[in-house]
Design a protein around this ligand. Structure first.
Ligand code: HEM
Length: 175
């Protein structure tokens, strides 16, 4: 996972003291992990430690982190977001307009390839597959993006890697 997300995680910690505690308990204090590109293993170690120290199940922690991080990502990449889009258009184009640009512009960044379809005007389906299995982070991003657009959506996940499926399917419907 790229340090860009780690920098946001550091802010999400809320204080330097808590961030240092997360690093320490995850055995990452002396690794300079947030200065370079953390490995998937280091990312998993840090996220699960942070969840434990926050007294939250990992899924809930990841969802909260996704909710926190979306406005920062949207602000940073606003030039790639068409201002005529609503939240479903934004989700439909995250892969081809935004994740693609992230890969081109940020050294070492490798966001997951999302396969997105738009079965109807009111529904977007996102197929997600990654060894990080961060579908709850993705759900948090979606929830927060909807709030950013001041729109209400219903999010369901009929398929999930965490339940043994080969990929996650996140379906977002205008509510
Ligand atoms: C402005 C919008 C967005 C930006 C700028 C953005 C950018 C990024 C970046 C920089 C990463 C880290 C890449 C790495 O670790 O190398 C990432 C990861 C991720 N993104 Fe996005 N993203 C956006 C929206 C979304 C949306 C809408 C979804 C899904 C609905 C999504 C799903 C994910 C997931 C699940 C990861 C975690 C890494 C993984 O699973 O492998 N992103 N994104």
């Amino acid at each position: 996972m790229h340090k860009l997300i780690f920098v946001n995680l550091q802010q999400f910690a809320g204080s330097e003291e808590k961030w240092q505690e997360w690093l320490l308990k995850a055995n990452l204090s002396d690794t300079g992990v947030y200065l370079d590109i953390p490995t998937d293993l280091q990312a998993k170690q840090l996220l699960s430690t942070a969840a434990k120290l926050s007294h939250l199940p990992l899924n809930q922690f990841l969802r909260n982190f996704g909710i926190f991080v979306a406005p920062h990502l949207i602000a940073q990449f606003r030039h790639y977001i068409d201002n005529t889009w609503d939240v479903l258009d934004f989700l439909e184009h995250t892969e081809d307009y935004i994740h693609k640009e992230v890969r081109n512009q940020i050294r070492g960044a490798n966001p997951p390839t999302l396969q997105v379809s738009r079965p109807s005007k009111d529904n977007v389906v996102i197929h997600y597959c990654s060894s990080l299995r961060m579908c709850h982070f993705a759900e948090g991003l979606v929830e927060s993006a909807a709030a950013h657009y001041k729109q209400k959506v219903l999010i369901i996940q009929p398929k999930c890697m965490l339940n043994g499926d080969a990929e996650c399917e996140i379906s977002v419907t205008r509510a």
